[in-house]
Design a protein around this ligand. Structure first.
Ligand code: CA
Length: 669
């Protein structure tokens, strides 16, 4: 049966292409359509409440078989706020299921709710736009955040702790007056806030007053915001409203919003509503009838099937249209085929050309149910030109393998492959056709935080040295060609300590005490200095278009690797002959030695903009001839465009002349 779903015979008969799946509300009536090609009968159950188990059925409505395996029903009147499920009979067995196309649900996502989506829009929603629209993906600086981490700790001073609304509270501070939450993110200068899963997920019990912590990689309802982040998880309208308020608040703060999406698997394959309605259609099975589990989460999504593909495309498009989401990060996208990814990118870009896409393109070797299907992995990057991939090469070369937490890398005195780091700085890791497809990072929510990972592998070093290594890694990854990305809190030496003195490398369900930002840390100099350094790096990147090139050819034209004769020093010269670039040249030195090194500069007078624990767009000092680069640190020098001076002088002369003429005219009157 499972493989029959993937045949041409099944697909040509049962592929529905309409846009009206789910409950389509209007003030006068609501139309329901569900795809259930193997069903003998389908009934619509209408309920007063969304709470599973509550005996408040209003009515059961028989649904009628319609085209391509769909079933329809229509109900007169204003159904906004009415909850519903489907009773589906297949092979004489009847099951109750939520609507896969549910726009919202009651508590814990078991009953869908009919909703007037316009009534959930924040003020001025029609004018709401991506604040970074029109820019290239390489102009983005991405900040990876869990809704709850930002606000959960007492020190945040945020009222709506752990909630969507807590992400966008303004003017929040620690007791000593240090900005927290949204103000902190704004001051960092990042452009995109990437939110860990915020669709409805399964682990967390939304009925609890303080729901359990979870990252949320266990999808239940793909088109519904998670309830535990809403101030009321029972009323389906509240989670929709508050998720939109969060997005609007981020947009108003100049921040674009990326959503982390997990289409590659579901929380419980047999409980997933789509699989209940069309038995196990959504998931891949092997020839023994066993669920394929390459995801490690119990099941893999059969994205190659026509109605799964449509479902994923519709879902992504829905979040872009209805919630104004500006980017999508795909979890384990190596389990999803390239046709599905290209179709969803094309569909979304028709109306939202600004939206960015990237994901985890690890090679997963899943079992695919059709021939000639290509998966979305790094090696196939050329097949999905508008989709970026996390660059594990830059991550592991800088700090050591993510799988061996005591292994050292370039920043910590360990082995590294010089050629790989040169390519990475140029945004030219082998699989990446262009810098637009490499997402450069040294830490994310998975594995140890950056400083924890450094501490684990460099116990013999001082804290001071470990922070230098942190800053060196950050400088390299944030200044490389490509798309910079970092784990929220990396900029303030975020740590996830365990009781035994170790560090949590997989805090997906650890309590807030492990995961939440400890804002009071910023009262100490080492944290405050690191934060200032990150702000400087981001500002420097944003000030220099030559660091944000979009093609391999453009990089080849201006970025040169120079050999300074020291194995643990990487040097690059970047020519400023790029539109909008103010520098004539930039010179980058990354010193991985635990001692100072002296390097010879290319000819001319240079401004030092990044040195030691200081970074920014202003000159910290000048240099020519030779320069000494401190141990375990980056140095970046800028040669100003000498043409700029006569131009400015000329402009001043013209301005003065205009002033004199005006003064003469005035005097005449
Ligand atoms: Ca949930």
């Amino acid at each position: 049966m499972h493989n029959f779903y993937s045949t041409n015979e099944f697909e040509s008969r049962y592929t529905y292409t309409g846009t009206d799946l789910g409950a389509v509300w209007s003030a006068d009536k609501t139309d329901f359509r569900v795809w259930a090609p193997t069903a003998e009968a389908v009934q619509l159950c209408l309920y007063k409440s969304g709470t599973p188990g509550t005996e408040d059925l209003i009515e059961k409505v028989e649904m009628t078989a319609d085209v391509n395996g769909t079933w329809v029903a229509s109900k007169d009147g204003d159904l906004n706020g009415i909850y519903y499920t489907y009773l589906v009979t297949v092979d004489g067995k009847t099951v109750e299921a939520c609507d896969p196309y549910a726009r919202t649900t009651g508590v814990n996502g078991q009953r869908a709710m009919v909703i007037d989506l316009n009534s959930t829009n924040p003020e001025n929603w029609a004018e709401d736009r991506d604040p970074n629209a029109g820019k290239a993906i390489t102009d983005a600086v991405i900040y990876e955040l869990h809704v709850r981490d930002l606000s959960a700790d007492e020190s945040s001073g945020i009222v709506n702790k752990g909630k969507y609304l807590g992400v966008v509270e303004e003017g929040t501070k620690t007791k000593s007056g240090i900005p927290t939450g949204l103000d902190h993110i704004k001051s960092l200068g990042v452009t995109h806030v990437h939110i860990l899963p915020m669709y409805d997920y399964g682990f967390t019990d939304e009925t609890l007053p303080l729901p359990q912590y979870n990252w949320g990689y266990d999808p239940v309802n793909f088109n519904v915001p998670e309830g535990s982040y809403a101030t009321d998880a029972y009323n389906g309208a509240v989670r929709v409203k508050e998720a939109k308020q969060m997005i609007k608040g981020l947009h108003d703060a100049g921040l674009s919003v990326v959503m982390d999406v997990v289409y590659n698997h579901v929380y419980e394959a047999y409980d997933f509503c789509f699989n209940k309605i069309v038995p196990m259609y959504f998931s891949r099975f092997d020839s023994n009838g066993t669920l394929i589990n390459t995801s490690g989460c119990g099941n893999d999504t059969a994205s190659e099937r026509s109605m799964v593909r449509k479902y994923i495309v519709d879902s992504v498009k829905y979040w872009a249209d209805e919630y104004h989401i500006d980017g999508f990060r795909f979890d384990l996208v190596g389990l999803i085929d390239t046709d599905t990814i290209n179709e969803l990118v094309t569909e979304v870009h028709k109306t939202h050309p600004n939206v960015i896409f990237y994901g985890e393109g690890w090679d997963m070797a899943t079992g695919i149910t059709k021939p000639n299907v290509q998966m979305t992995i790094q090696r196939n990057a050329h097949m999905v030109p508008n989709f970026g991939f996390f660059n594990d090469t830059i991550r592991d070369q800088l700090k050591g393998s993510v799988f061996e937490n005591t292994e050292k890398g370039f920043i910590s005195g360990g082995h590294f492959d010089r050629n790989e780091l040169v390519k990475a700085f140029r945004g030219q890791t082998d699989w990446a056709p262009n810098p637009t497809q490499t997402v450069n990072y040294v830490s994310c929510h998975d594995n140890n935080t950056l400083i924890d990972r450094i501490v684990l592998s460099t116990r013999e070093y001082s804290r001071e040295d470990q922070i230098k290594m942190n800053d060196l890694a950050a400088a390299f990854s944030i200044l490389s060609q490509g798309v910079p990305f970092f784990h929220a809190g990396e900029e303030m030496l975020r740590t996830k300590p365990e009781n035994d003195g170790g560090f949590d490398h997989n805090s997906y369900r650890a309590p807030d005490s492990v995961n939440a930002f400890k804002w009071n840390d910023l009262e100490q100099e080492e944290y405050a200095k690191t934060l200032a350094f990150y702000k400087g790096l981001v500002a420097f990147r944003k000030a220099h278009p030559a660091l944000r090139l979009t093609t391999r050819e453009a990089v080849d034209a201006v970025v040169t690797n120079l050999d300074c004769g020291n194995d643990r020093v990487l040097t690059f010269l970047v020519d400023g002959n790029v539109p909008g670039e103010s520098a004539k040249e930039m010179y980058f030195v990354f010193n991985g030695n635990n001692h100072d090194v002296t390097v010879t500069l290319p000819k001319g007078q240079w401004n030092i903009c990044i040195c030691g624990d200081q970074a920014g767009t202003k000159a910290l000092g000048t240099a020519n001839g030779e320069v000494t680069v401190p141990a375990l640190s980056a140095m970046v020098l800028v040669k100003q465009n000498s043409l700029l001076m006569p131009v400015l002088a000329g402009a001043a002369a013209v301005g003065a002349a205009v002033g004199i003429v005006r003064a003469l005219i005035k005097n005449k009157k």
